[in-house]
Design a protein around this ligand. Structure first.
Ligand code: HEC
Length: 161
């Protein structure tokens, strides 16, 4: 194979990769109309979000419900996500920097945890000692965080509706 063919092929593949993973998603999601479900964060919740990123909560938790819908009484799409609530939409994450969609669900998906668990006391108790409120939980304790940090983190979790 000539070097020219090799370089041409490599550039072609690179171009295709950029087209499908950068250009196409950009065009598809850039002009979407406003959306009532976009996560909105108070300053306190944003501080909590930074703690979420720093502590690596996203190693164990996703924040994305894959697409599913009910058609003629049957679930179409990713049935495994049907009990996690509304499927995520790109507009949900318009205010998120960096994104913490996550890739692994050692713990439950947290995309709508604020609607499931809306008690701050519960969140703080759970973060300090997961096994106190959830029998046999393997989530680590975050009791080493300050009271203020736990409070900020709970505000963030409650904003995920
Ligand atoms: C080693 C993996 C792991 C890490 C790291 C982790 N979690 Fe969890 N988390 C779990 C597991 C497993 C559960 C399910 C059992 C339970 O409720 O404790 C859970 C449950 C939860 C729940 C309750 C979800 C629900 O649907 O009721 C919340 C909220 C939560 N985690 C937040 C956090 C936050 C915030 C952090 C970072 C400070 C964190 N987790 C870090 C594994 C983890």
């Amino acid at each position: 194979m000539t070097p020219r063919l090799l370089i041409g092929g490599a550039l072609g593949l690179f171009g295709l990769a950029v087209f499908f993973t950068v250009a196409l998603p950009y065009v598809q999601t850039n002009d979407l109309p406003a959306w009532e479900h976009t996560y909105r964060y108070s300053e306190k919740a944003l501080r909590g979000r930074a703690i979420y990123v720093r502590e690596g909560c996203w190693y164990c938790h996703t924040q994305q419900v894959r697409p599913w819908k009910v058609v003629d009484g049957r679930i179409e799409g990713v049935a495994a996500d049907a009990d996690l609530g509304r499927p995520s939409d790109p507009r949900d994450f318009a205010n998120d920097r960096p994104h913490v969609l996550g890739t692994e669900r050692t713990g439950p998906d947290l995309a709508h945890v604020g609607s499931r668990q809306s008690s701050k006391e519960w969140h703080i108790k759970h973060l300090k000692d997961p096994r106190e409120v959830s029998d046999g939980s393997i989530m680590p304790s975050f009791a080493y965080l300050s009271d203020e940090e736990l409070d900020d983190l709970a505000d963030y979790l409650m904003a995920l509706e």
